[in-house]
Design a protein around this ligand. Sequence first.
Ligand code: ARG
Length: 475
Amino acid sequence: MSDKQKNVPNPTEKNASGNSMWGGRYAAGPSAIMTSINASIGFDKKLALYDIEGSIAHATMLGAKKIISSDDVKKITDGLNAIKTQIKAGSFQFTEELEDVHMNIEHHLTEVIGDAGRRLHTGRSRNDQVATDFKLWARDAFDYLDAQLKALQAALINQAEKHVDSVMPGLTHFQIAQPVSFAHHLLAYVEMLGRDRDRVMSARKRANECPLGAAALAGTPYPIDRAMTAKALGFDRPTANSLDSVSDRDFVMDYASAASIIMVHLSRLAEEIILWMNPQIGFITLGDQLTTGSSIMPQKRNPDAAELVRGKAGRVFGVLMQMLTLLKALPLAYAKDLQEDKEQTFMVAETLDLALSAMTAMVLDMKANTKAMKEAAALGFSTATDCADWLVRELQLPFRDAHHITGQIVKLAEDKNVPLHELKLQEMQSVEPRITARIFDVLSVEASMNSRTSLGGTAPVAVRAALSDGKKRFL
Ligand code: ARG
């Protein structure tokens, strides 16, 4: 990077002092470039409160097992709680020389409480410590995602309740296929988000095993009680294998993968909102607060928030690829590569927070133009299937024959440039003489929608059932 972009330390410049945490055998401190590439404090300070939680649990266990004195436990716990207060107040000074969040906190603790602070790291390593901190973070992140997904489901259900009887064109190949209820369309997303929540919560369950006590990679000779720390931190149990404990980042891949699938779903909905907003379609409008104007075209109302949700999907998918690549050839156990697991995962969490909040706000805000939807639902001979089904039902024709006859009727309507229900009975009879006027009962868009009463279908009676079922399952 050029000077204008960022100040990079001079690679030959040396740090004045060695590293007090691991510098025992080192005559000189690391070069500035070593400090710079090695430091994770710029992003892992986000783990500070989890780190303190983990350390308090660890110290308490060391005390209970008489590995350190109860006096030391008290000093450590009080000291860490004081640091927690400073961190929350934003007054704690993190420094790059102390590399990461673990060393920053431990160093500061030792400065304040003296020798007792130097006993905290007994029977653990930063390797199991960081895995524990990050799992605690991930657990909260999974819970937060679940709550946000639920809020979006609630918003969709709220809109759906207003539009059970609003008919819109259902599409296949982006061509008008059959009339459907707008509520039915919205409830499709409720199902997707339900699967997302399932993925999120099953990943949380898998992640909920405590690595603390695996130490560097092989376990520890101290008589630690891993079940005790696991319980104190709300984990279901300790992890079973020390090598796996410090090198497992499945929970990060799970997070990135669940997040990516969520972004696929949000991006699909965003795309639909963008299309529905286009005046040529005009199915919905969004208010002033969730759209933007143009600096040159005074008439514009742009769905920027939806576009940005669609646009941000890529950076989330990118992180999934990054995590897969990070782990794919990494021998056991810990390697510093794993430090690269955090920064972009935090970015994913921020992106999802924004994207889910924006989608929820848009869904709650959107006003449906039911007239435009209904008019569009009648385009493209959307009730042709109903015509064929009538021929099967009333004239006992095989479906394939009914399909062929209906095709000829559609051709007739197309030539005359009228919708199916505006053809005259005689015109239909010119194709199939046994057709009676009763066929007109099934050719309206409402009749078509109302007829699809099968389980999971679009008839209002089925949609009402799906709505009450959805509320029970998800809210
Ligand atoms: N900052 C490190 C990380 O995020 C913590 C673990 C460091 N372990 C070590 N052996 N250097 O992965």
